[in-house]
Design a protein around this ligand. Structure first.
Ligand SMILES: Nc1nc2c(ncn2[C@@H]2O[C@H](COP(=O)(O)OP(=O)(O)OP(=O)(O)O)[C@@H](O)[C@H]2O)c(=O)[nH]1
Length: 318
């Protein structure tokens, strides 16, 4: 059985005028039952969110002509569009008693009439539960690729993402840099302030890193207190600037508990992709630079070029 959408769903024109509440979503007589039946059946064939919306967009054309649809869910960072964006739109909030499932807008070059809006609302009732299942599936997949403590990507995600990004970067002749980042003397944090303080520092460090990078960049937990940051479209100089920003941001964090006050620093190795690089060789160069940063005294950024790797500590970026 399909439950009605919540009554705070609404259809609106571009000027934001609310034209219809969707508290009562009983399908109107002019949607043929076989259309609803077929749509409902098709929506149950996939758990993949983008496929689900694509099916929905194609199938609803039999009941109401629509130029395009767009779906957004801020908490999941999702924005998906199908067809064309047009002048007029009707927007709905998808919601059951328990779950918010995003906002869906229908677009068309001509105004939606009242009975068409009623039909769209009827069609939406078939989407609610398949959408809830697809979002749960999406969450489960995302969790499988995330480090549970810090929320950074895990090693599985890193391998998949970095490999793909390297291929795309080479194919499009763009730039890609990575940072290998390791918190300094982290063992002492655990030993002197306790493991839960160690966990807190790790979480805050990731918040700092993600605050310093673009949305298209990604942070992965590489090991215990080691992180890899993937900087898409970043050349050598740009990557060094971001690395320095992250280093400073982490060093300005302040922690305290009953054992006292604590500040942490980080060492960062930076490497930029060359055409000859594989994923392993790129990571190895960043790792070597990180090792050098530790060797040079920690709390600094060192890049992968041979010159800098060979330089004595005084030539590091600090
Ligand atoms: N609290 C906490 N500690 C962790 C976690 N993962 C790894 N660690 C600790 O991180 C510490 C890493 O220590 P080391 O590899 O000796 O490195 P370090 O003390 O940071 O020294 P340098 O890297 O040389 O500056 C170990 O004590 C690990 O137990 C975690 O999830 N939580």
């Amino acid at each position: 059985m399909v439950s009605p959408l919540h009554s705070n769903g609404r259809a609106e024109l571009q000027d934001d005028k609310i034209v219809s509440s969707i508290g009562d979503l009983a399908p109107k007589p002019d949607i043929r039952p076989e259309v609803l039946l077929r749509l409902s059946g098709k929506l149950q064939t996939t758990l993949e969110l983008s496929q689900l919306l694509e099916i929905f967009f194609e199938e609803i054309q039999q009941a109401v002509l629509v130029d395009g649809i767009s779906f957004s869910h801020n908490a999941h960072n999702l924005l998906l569009s199908y067809g064309r964006n047009s002048v007029h739109s009707a927007s709905y909030r998808l919601q059951t008693q328990q779950d918010y499932m995003g906002d869906l807008a229908f677009h068309r070059s001509t105004r939606f009439r009242e009975h068409e809006l009623a039909n769209l609302e009827g069609l939406l009732t078939t989407l609610v539960y398949p959408m809830r299942n697809a979002l749960r599936y999406h969450e489960a997949l995302a969790a499988a690729f995330r480090d549970p403590l810090t929320g950074a990507g895990n090693r599985v995600a890193l391998d998949k993402t970095l490999q793909r990004e390297i291929e795309l970067t080479k194919r499009h002749g763009q730039q890609l840099s990575i940072l290998m980042l390791d918190l300094d003397h982290f063992k002492l944090v655990n030993d002197d302030f306790g493991h839960s303080m160690g966990d807190k520092v790790l979480k805050e460090a990731v918040t700092c890193i993600t605050g310093c990078i673009r949305q298209t960049d990604m942070c992965f937990r590489y090991g215990g207190e080691e992180f890899l940051v993937m900087l898409s479209n970043a050349e050598h100089a740009g990557a060094l600037r971001i690395a320095e920003r992250i280093r400073m941001s982490i060093s300005s964090l302040a922690f305290s508990n009953e054992k006292g006050r604590l500040q942490v620093t980080t060492s960062i190795g930076c490497a930029t992709l060359t055409m000859e690089d594989s994923m392993d060789s790129l990571v190895q160069r960043a790792d070597k630079a990180l090792y050098q940063a530790k060797h040079n005294g920690r709390n600094r950024v060192v890049c992968d070029t041979d010159d800098e790797l060979d330089t004595p500590p005084s030539k590091s970026l600090l």
